[in-house]
Design a binder for this molecule. Sequence first.
Ligand SMILES: *Cc1c(COP(=O)(O)O)cnc(C)c1O
Length: 468
Amino acid sequence: MNEKQKLLSHLPSVDEILKSGQGMAWLDTYPRRYVIQGIREGIDRKRKDIFEGLSADLSAEVMMADIENIIARLSSFSLIPLINATGVVIHTNLGRSTLSEQVLENIIRVSGSYSNLEYDIDKGKRGKRYAHIKRILREVTGAEDALIVNNNAAAVLLCLNTLSKGKEVIVSRGELVEIGGSFRMPDVMSASGAVLHEVGTTNKTHLFDYEKAINENTSLILKIHKSNYRIKGFTDEVSIDDLVRLGRKHYIPVMFDLGSGCLIDLKPFGVHDEPSVKEIVKTGVDLTSFSGDKLLGGPQGGVIIGNREYIEKLKKNPMTRALRIDKLTLAGFEATLMEYIDEEKAIENIPTLRMLLQRPEVIKKRANKIANKLRREIKDANIKVMTDSSRAGGGSLPEEDLPTYVVSIKAAEPSVNELEERLRMGKPPIITRIKEDSLIIDARTIRDRDIEILVKGVKAAILKDAAS
Ligand SMILES: *Cc1c(COP(=O)(O)O)cnc(C)c1O
């Protein structure tokens, strides 16, 4: 027997490991299927290493640790919570808006039980799914009627398919935006069956451009919020008021895809180019759509508000059935929208609004708290609190640089790139950014209850070398 054969013959069998004390302990914690798969993979890896002469390290400990890692990975969820230290509040990659405890409680209460989702309790017969949010949406937006579908992309698709299939929709060239890679306005329009009639130029579109484009096949005038970009300099766009007037004159409906759709007045907070949904509704626009999980701060969804006549048409489209939201979303929306009955409460209780509108002193205090705790734990790193700016994200308020406070960390070891990676791979992952050789933790998006976990994570990432 040569050396390799000898090593191979010493490898334990799946059964031996399974019946060992360690194997039994794994079975107590993890699903049997993954324990067996993990043991099998662990042994296979070892066998391959021996064949390739890579490792003669047969120590049971090393192999068992390896197996445990495989089992733990197989048994863990893929979709997990993490800490967003980027300062981007509506971070599309990190789940956009987070929900408050009250909203989550309502989701649990409604979905953990049977409910009157489509049941009219007063009449004792079939009821309407959307009735639950109609009253509250009317109240907080001022619109006549409302509907919620899967997301704002679905809302636009549904409106165009209902009003404009095989007919023309007039849109300004300056508003044919792409949002988050997978949502291109022209593509959604063609998917809906509508024919795009572009008017104006990239930087300027005038009312007469729209008016000239109107013909007997025109079904809709669509205005789109430019969301994630702005054209500066020699520019002109037509206001929604003017478009509504034009639509009235020619008996053509007008729709506004608002993108974010903010339900509160942001002017007291210094934001002047983001009218509230209420202000938009007051212009008399026929249909307005916006996301549920951007500035509104609720679950994913596409809110459509407008005249009863048009909302009724939308509801009759079979596509509405395919795009309908479930009870979890509905419960989340109702609880979120209820907060808006009192704007001050909304700003306090809706995490997205709270993070966006918190006063810089509050962020500074949190940044100092984090920095002080870190300094206590980590001696040889340069830890500073600095001013910086964070972004709203999600294509919302692109013009706004939100003044913030960040904790900047520069350690001798590891390198800033290594540190960023270790934090990202940690449990829970901590997502940060790098600025000029320093690691940046923006205190804006750190929840107070996450501070301890954050500090522990950073400490472990920096002191990892020292420990091993
Ligand atoms: C974000 C956005 C959308 C897409 O909304 P989702 O809710 O992400 O589907 C559509 N239109 C505009 C203008 C947007 O900003």
